[in-house]
Design a protein around this ligand. Structure first.
Ligand code: FAD
Ligand code: UDP
Length: 389
């Protein structure tokens, strides 16, 4: 017979860790975290690559950025941040351009020296075919933002590779994240704060749960009835649960599968200190099968002394639809998916002792700062009331 803790958290990602930390800090309860993986941190987990000294982000490059003061103050309790500013370059037709599309990209692309006003006028003219419309899909949104030539060079094929869906069937919102600038500002994010955790992502997250009242069981699946913290046993014992796994899996996919995209990473090692001269190189054209390549060393130039000057490691990203059993990374979010999620959400609302959260638990395209913010709110509004009962 196990002695159950006050709260069980399924998933040691940023959502679960934030709720655990809050529950212990505010109510002094005992928390058990379980994760099916063999490490904490969820998709934000990283490890040091011995050969190169690079911090490899195991589930894809993670850049922290936020304009939310509550989140920024919260994360700074557990880590400081480097002064890294995210910048991305793209290779199109054998030439490297700066992203997001800015005056530098435009002038390089047209071989011109437009002023901001001239570039704006040119793009307005090129976007004119869709002027005054409210574009509903990504294709029309792209053309209306930057005109057809730039759209076809930098967006169309990249998006096609990333989503394996015709851009005219994708929601316009996907490229809200990708602005156009009529100056030479090529900061990728516009947030008030950005940076990378000084001692790495995993150290940051370990500090969040460094408390004797928090226990972690790794390689432990919530749906495995042979381990004590499984769904049915916890339900029978009336233990409050925070669930951050896929919501459709929780209900045995009984209404159908929510669609996700996953990414396969191909590791390439080079016998040189620096392969790209930047951390992220996007490939805009269809003839390169991967969307982008990440050179992890270049996220942390401040660690040059502990990095190998003659070796570097690069991960190429290949995007495809996820099957069951693949890592679900990006919600596809078609209208049908949203409708299906709404039905699962209703089922979730009737699970009295269980709070659903995070990217997988709420089927949302959340960044880390969104996940932490929603976790702080979910703790206050849903988890603390359950624990006080
Ligand atoms: P997760 O981190 O996914 O954690 C959920 C955990 O639940 C996982 O560890 C999983 O193993 C566990 N779990 C699931 N099912 C079970 C089960 N049955 N039993 C036990 N455990 C289970 N955000 C940014 O802010 N900046 C970025 O640059 C950025 N880049 C990203 C790039 C990629 C490729 C991806 C996929 C995400 C990126 N994100 C980025 C988003 C970021 O990863 C998420 O917002 C955040 O990590 C999600 O935290 P979470 O706790 O909701 O989920
Ligand atoms: N995108 C693009 N070309 C690029 C980079 C991004 O067309 O070079 C589009 C693409 O549709 C992608 C979206 O912008 O899905 C968001 O890209 P971002 O890199 O911001 O998102 P991430 O994949 O890192 O979450």
């Amino acid at each position: 017979q196990v002695e159950y803790p006050d709260l069980v958290i399924v998933g040691a990602g940023l959502f679960g860790l934030t709720v655990a930390q809050q529950a212990v800090e505010h109510l002094g309860v005992r928390v058990q975290i379980i994760d099916v993986r063999d490490h904490i941190g969820g998709n934000a987990y990283s490890y040091m690559d011995e050969e190169t000294g690079a911090e490899v982000h195991k589930y894809g490059a993670h850049l922290f950025h936020t304009s939310n003061k509550r989140v920024w103050d919260y994360v700074n309790r557990f880590t400081s941040f480097t002064n890294y500013v995210h910048r991305v370059y793209a290779t199109h037709d054998g030439v490297v351009y700066p992203l997001p599309i800015n005056l530098g990209t435009i002038n390089q692309f047209f071989g011109a020296h437009y002023t901001p006003a001239e570039a704006k006028a040119l793009i307005a003219e090129q976007a004119g075919e869709l002027a005054g419309t409210d574009p509903a899909n990504l294709n029309d949104k792209g053309i209306s933002l930057i005109g057809r030539p730039l759209y076809e060079a930098f967006i169309k094929n990249y998006t096609g590779k990333q989503w394996q869906t015709d851009p005219s069937e994708l929601p316009a919102g996907i490229i809200n994240r990708l602005p156009v600038r009529f100056n030479y500002d090529n900061r990728y994010f516009r947030d008030t704060w950005e940076g990378l955790p000084t001692d790495g992502y995993t150290k940051w997250m370990e500090r969040m749960i460094d408390d004797s009242r928090i226990s972690v069981s790794l390689s432990t699946d919530f749906f495995d009835a042979s381990q004590p913290y499984n769904k049915e046993a916890l339900k029978a014992a009336g233990v409050p649960v925070v669930y951050t796994g896929p919501i459709d899996r929780y209900f045995d996919y009984r209404l159908g599968d929510l669609k996700w995209r996953t990414v396969d990473f191909k590791e390439v090692r080079y016998d040189e200190g620096d392969h790209f001269g930047c951390p992220v190189m996007n490939y805009s054209d269809a003839d390169v099968p991967y969307t982008r390549a990440i050179e992890f060393k270049n996220f942390n130039p401040e660690r040059a002394d502990s990095q190998n000057p003659n070796k570097t490691v690069v991960w190429e990203e290949y995007s495809r639809f996820a099957e069951r059993g693949d890592e679900p990374y990006y919600p596809v979010n078609t209208a049908a998916d949203k409708e299906l999620y709404a039905q699962y959400e209703q089922l979730a609302a009737s699970e009295a002792n269980t709070v659903f959260g995070g990217r997988l638990g709420t089927y949302k395209y959340y960044d880390m700062h969104n996940v932490i913010d929603t976790a702080l709110t979910a703790y206050e509004n849903q988890v603390a009331p359950l624990l006080r009962k």
